[in-house]
Design a binder for this molecule. Structure first.
Ligand SMILES: [Zn+2]
Length: 555
């Protein structure tokens, strides 16, 4: 995209006019419209895209608290997505106490949640997608992946619930990450059967080990109002490291920006006037890629769950690329309009719309499908374990209250002195006073490799694990970051300096108020292979199952 500074300022003006800052409005029920007026996004231009990502299989409206800590190191310090709470509000000029402040930050979460209600839900999202499509016939709906995983029903149906829901929603194109944890055969089965004629699965950066050929279509070309639009897929580059390699033994992943450049050029030579990348890189990786690869108009990204109210404009040798990340858990929908004339993008309008469930009537057909999906599992889903006094949440670089609960359980059940749980960014929030149900617990733990492990670890082992995970999170080169948060730790304490380099970040490890000995072995519990995968190797030896004590069963 070639734009001048004046044009860029115009774009920002349009972006704001298009509804980035939502006014507080009456609920839908009071004006008898299925969609609250705050979702009337004025149509702009002639190419229209919608994007959601990382819904993590949340079909129903939920609570979801955004992070209170998101540290950026090196060049990433102090810029999106590493701004949270009041800093984010200030940067984007969002009013405190507004609906947007609640959508984009953790501030006063409980009070604001009670005021504005739950977020997301596929039936509500479906209503909004239809509403946007009414004014923009032919608009494409892009799904950034992490769609088939994150709930009890998605695990128990091997992703089928989400596949059916996405088809009904009218998703046109998707890429993936956690999808691959159902195994290569299941992924292929869905793409070759369910998706055929409905949804294009694209990923330019996945090749087979033997022939080095593309496993999926690298990109797809669509035509809208006479304009050719190429959508190139970028699956999560670190899938076999962050998740078990044995699930996808024949596929090789990577960032592969040389190949990305090749496909951008190829799409342009085939007549694409708009080229966008549907990415599951994580936002810092997207930003670096946008600075290196030329000819991309926009990267629509996910994986790191960043809800960014306005696009970042990244300069590169060929012009400018917009970097957009659309949050997580079904909480947001991006609407991106391009004005394309004379063979290129002249301008754009952008909105990241929070899905406030009370302000959108549920779509009837989608509501019925969700009911049907849940019916056989209803009793299990609704099983109540206990009531929480405190807010339970996950997001934050170092710990979350729901993680703490899981760690306490892992230590108690396994008689471990310390425990580790992966720094997942998915998992819903539970309000104080609410029942904790099996469905809530599954929203934190529903994975296809749920092994609970117990092993004896020395101080040196523990430090190595923490150092490796910290380097995945705080490496100053985004191309070495794998997303997620720091591994959650129970029972012990440590100090961390994210600005140091690998081997030097973690100090002062303590257990029961005493320094942890480098050589003395301590019983440590681990969940979901968090320890081995953190070291980039799923077979490091933390695989001894505790007989009869597997905490999180797959039903
Ligand atoms: Zn992901």
């Amino acid at each position: 995209m070639n734009i001048s500074r004046r044009e860029f300022l115009q774009m920002l003006a349009i972006a704001s006019a298009a509804g980035v800052h939502l006014p507080g409005m009456a609920k839908t029920s009071s004006n008898n419209k299925p969609v609250n007026a705050m979702y009337d996004v004025p149509k702009y231009g002639n190419v229209h895209l919608m994007h959601f990502t990382d819904c993590h299989a949340q079909l129903l409206p939920i609570w979801f608290r955004e992070p209170n800590i998101n540290i950026g190191v090196g060049e990433m310090k102090g810029r999106p997505p590493h701004l949270v709470g009041p800093h984010l509000l200030k940067y984007y000029n969002i009013k405190h106490d507004s609906m947007n402040a609640h959508a984009f930050t953790y501030i006063d979460f409980v009070e604001a949640g009670k005021k504005f209600g739950k977020v997301g839900g596929f039936a509500h999202l479906a209503t909004l997608v239809k509403h946007i499509r009414n004014s923009r016939p032919g608009a494409l709906l892009l799904d950034g992946g992490d769609t088939w995983q994150g709930s009890a029903t998605s695990l128990w149906t091997k992703g089928q619930d989400m596949v059916d829901a996405c088809k009904l929603l009218g998703v046109n194109i998707m890429t993936g990450h956690w999808e691959f944890t159902f195994g290569a055969d299941r992924v292929k089965e869905i793409i070759n059967n369910d998706f055929k004629g409905h949804i294009d699965f694209v990923a330019q950066n996945v090749i087979d080990n033997e022939w080095e050929e593309a496993v999926f279509n690298p990109y797809v070309m669509k035509e809208m109002n006479g304009v050719k639009v190429a959508v190139i897929g970028q699956a999560f580059p670190y899938t076999p490291i962050a998740n078990p390699r044995y699930l996808i033994p024949d596929w090789s992943f990577g960032i592969r920006d040389d190949k990305m450049q090749k496909y951008v050029n190829q799409a342009r030579s085939e007549g694409a006037q708009v080229v966008v990348v549907l990415s599951h890189n994580g936002m810092d990786v997207d930003i670096k890629m946008a600075s290196r690869v030329t000819g991309i108009d926009a990267i629509l990204g996910g994986h790191t769950h960043d809800a960014i109210p306005e696009p970042l404009v990244v300069n590169n040798k060929g012009g400018k690329t917009l970097v957009i990340n659309s949050g997580s858990n079904g909480k947001f929908l991006t609407v991106l309009d391009f004005d394309v004339r004379g063979g290129k993008v002249r301008n754009f309008a952008f909105s990241l719309l929070p899905i406030f469930s009370n302000y959108l009537e549920p779509d009837k057909e989608m509501h019925t499908l969700i009911e049907d999906i849940r019916k056989p599992f209803k009793q299990d889903l609704d099983q109540v374990f206990c009531v929480t006094d405190d807010l339970l949440y996950r997001r934050g670089n170092f710990n979350g209250t729901f993680d703490q609960l899981i760690l306490d359980a892992a230590m108690q059940v396994q008689d471990a002195e310390i425990a580790f749980s992966p720094g997942f960014r998915w998992g819903v929030t539970v309000m104080p006073g609410e029942h904790i149900t099996r469905e809530h617990v599954m929203s934190q733990t529903a994975i296809t490799y749920p092994t609970a492990t117990l092993t004896r670890m020395s101080g040196t082992d523990i430090k190595n694990v923490l150092e490796d995970v910290a380097d995945n999170l705080f490496n100053t080169d985004p191309y070495y970051q794998q997303g997620g948060d720091m591994v959650r730790v129970g029972g012990m304490k440590f100090a961390i300096d994210p600005t140091k380099t690998i081997g030097k970040r973690i100090t002062d490890m303590e257990l029961h108020g005493k320094k942890i000995d480098a050589n003395k072995k301590i019983p440590g519990g681990g969940l979901g292979q968090c320890i081995p995968s953190a070291r980039g190797n799923p077979h490091l030896g933390y695989r001894r199952r505790v007989p009869g004590r597997q905490r999180f069963s797959t039903h």
